[in-house]
Design a protein around this ligand. Structure first.
Ligand SMILES: [Zn+2]
Length: 119
């Protein structure tokens, strides 16, 4: 996790409603790249077969997503309903042998996040 993703950062005095300061612009670029990385990982993990590995990756993704929200991080509910976590949860249910419906919308959303971060 890059150091710039500080969850409890003080209000910026350089940002205005119309202009984002260079520092926060860079933070936003890094945040997008991190969300894109997590979304790509969630898509790739659909081919995994090791439950403990998926669980470890899912926990790391949840922690990283929490810190990626701005300016105070994503809430518990926002993390739970994020397409990245939905895809991880789907794979965990699949590996545990639970019947479930594959979240195709979450996959579509993750691929869109990957494309957005790649810009
Ligand atoms: Zn700023």
């Amino acid at each position: 996790m890059p150091y710039m993703f500080q969850r409890w950062a003080p209000p910026c005095t350089n940002c205005t409603p119309d202009l984002v300061c260079p520092w926060h612009s860079e933070v936003e670029t890094l945040r997008r790249a991190e969300v894109a990385r997590l979304a790509s990982q969630a898509v790739q993990v659909q081919n995994a077969c090791n439950l403990s590995g998926v669980l470890t990756s899912a926990a790391a993704a949840a922690n990283s997503l929490r810190d990626c929200g701005s300016p105070r991080g994503l809430s518990t509910l926002e993390i739970s309903h994020h397409p990245v976590m939905m895809l991880f949860a789907s794979k965990i249910a699949d590996l545990a042998g639970l019947s479930h419906t594959y979240p195709t919308q979450a996959e579509t959303d993750c691929l869109a996040l990957v494309a957005r971060g790649a810009k």
